[in-house]
Design a binder for this molecule. Structure first.
Ligand SMILES: Nc1nc2c(c(=O)[nH]1)N[C@H]1C(S)=C(S)[C@@H](COP(=O)(O)O)O[C@H]1N2
Ligand SMILES: [Mo]
Length: 290
């Protein structure tokens, strides 16, 4: 597939179904978004944290601009998006990978993305065009995009109806799609197993993120929690947190981080994909090289 032979079909509940070429896509304003990008983990082990996460600067056309020209019908509520890849996954045969998102989310900067970090999208990341939904788990950002369908209900198929559905939230009966990034934080330093000197100050720091931003990160040192400093939320980027610590006792110490989202959701201790991350460090009396 090259850019010249690619096209995107937009159909379903729109007054103007459209087939958009790459050149036509380039006529829409180029928008850059720096956003955290996280795999939600295996759909068969949805509660296991994998912490496969990074940040990149993505560029493309805003899906909202493109859809405005297709004139969605009032009953359209969901966007179904299809990739060029199909096959059999865990016994389920599909013609193409298909995910969905609420149409109401489209105003929040969803991109028809053709560049990442200033380069053309590499083949493995969705060349020539992928969807990029900042604030949602990566699984929703369909690569090698071919078709978008507007619909009044969620998309059928194993990747929306069978997998990537969390248990209903309290007070609801509907399963909860794996869409919004749940609050999470990751300790970058100190590293697991690192030796630290007693009475020498170290910086504990890492990254925290959530759909809609993080308002607080607490750092746990040997089981007692302290509020860390957290950088303000800038768009869809992850936020750096840090705190200084001077170990006063030798021994093994657990250092943990726990984020609270702007909506007040707190990272769970265990049993969820966004469970608290912790590292064990080794505080020594003597210099580590003696
Ligand atoms: N077409 C298509 N899009 C896809 C997938 C896929 O298998 N096929 N995998 C999804 C999953 S599970 C993730 S985590 C992200 C990974 O995006 P990346 O390869 O750019 O990191 O792509 C998503 N988009
Ligand atoms: Mo994923």
């Amino acid at each position: 597939m090259d850019r010249g032979s690619w096209s995107l079909r937009i159909e379903g509940l729109v007054h103007h179904p459209t087939t958009l070429t790459f050149d036509e896509l380039l006529r829409y304003p180029r928008t850059e978004i720096t956003a955290v990008h996280q795999c939600s983990g295996s759909p068969f082990d949805p509660a296991v944290p994998t912490r496969r996460v990074g940040t990149a600067t993505w560029a493309g056309a805003r899906l909202a601009d493109v859809l405005a020209d297709c004139r969605p019908m009032p009953q359209a509520r969901y966007i179904w998006s299809y990739g060029a890849d199909g096959g059999t996954f865990a016994g389920a045969a599909v013609d193409s990978y298909c995910k969905d998102l609420p149409l109401s989310r489209v105003d929040a900067d969803v991109l028809l993305c053709y560049e990442v970090n200033g380069e053309d999208l590499p083949a493995e990341h969705g060349f020539p065009v992928r969807l990029l939904i900042p604030g949602f788990y990566g699984t929703n950002s369909v690569k090698w995009l071919t078709t978008i369908t507007l619909a009044d209900r969620r998309a059928p198929g194993p990747f929306t109806a069978q997998w990537y559905q969390d248990p209903p939230a309290a007070g609801s009966e509907d399963p909860h799609p794996v869409w919004s990034l749940a609050p999470e934080s990751l300790i970058v330093a100190p590293a697991a197993g690192q030796s630290l000197h007693r009475d020498a100050e170290v910086a504990i720091w890492g990254w925290a993120w959530a759909d809609g931003g993080v308002s607080q990160v607490d750092v746990g040192i040997g089981g007692s929690w302290h509020a860390a400093e957290v950088e303000g939320c800038r768009g869809w980027q992850w936020q750096r947190f840090s705190t200084a610590w001077t170990p006063s006792q030798p021994g093994t110490v657990e250092v943990a981080a726990r984020a609270t989202s702007s909506l007040g959701q707190v990272q769970p201790t265990s049993g969820h994909r966004n469970a608290v991350h912790s590292v064990l460090v080794d505080v020594r009396d003597e210099e580590p090289w003696t």
